[in-house]
Design a binder for this molecule. Sequence first.
Ligand code: SME
Length: 160
Amino acid sequence: MKYLEVVGDSKSEKYESLLNQIRNLINKDENLISSLANVSAALKQTFDDFSWVGFYLFDGTKLFLGPFQGKVACTVIEIGKGVCGSSALKLETLVVSDVHKFEGHIACDSGSNSEIVIPMFNLDGLLGVLDIDSYKFGCFDETDQLYLEKIVRFLVEELF
Ligand code: SME
């Protein structure tokens, strides 16, 4: 049985603890979808301010909804559309402190106010994105970006 026990008071301490546990939880021999499902659960259960955590995966043409934790979400996102599609197109992390000011933002939950999207890619190109929403404005900062990029880098190396 796998269980998660994240320790730490500050955000960076929690991420350090979470990163170590994700490294133990995830390994090459396990199924991609199962592994991503557990990572989305681990992130959601660690941070109370995260309202939605999930992966959109690239099928060669568009992003489709992958493993996630949270409310029902849109199933397909075109490359270049919304925060997810923009991050996928630029292959850059996007930190959006107020989604209502992001032109073309795709609202899956009207309560969502801020968002971070981290692209997943390797030498073969785009693989997908990790998308996290919050009901709080300005929920995500450089600490989130730093650690979420580390988590994504690990997942890309281990699972794809
Ligand atoms: N807000 C995203 C769409 C996905 S949901 O947040 C789960 C976007 O603008 O791409």
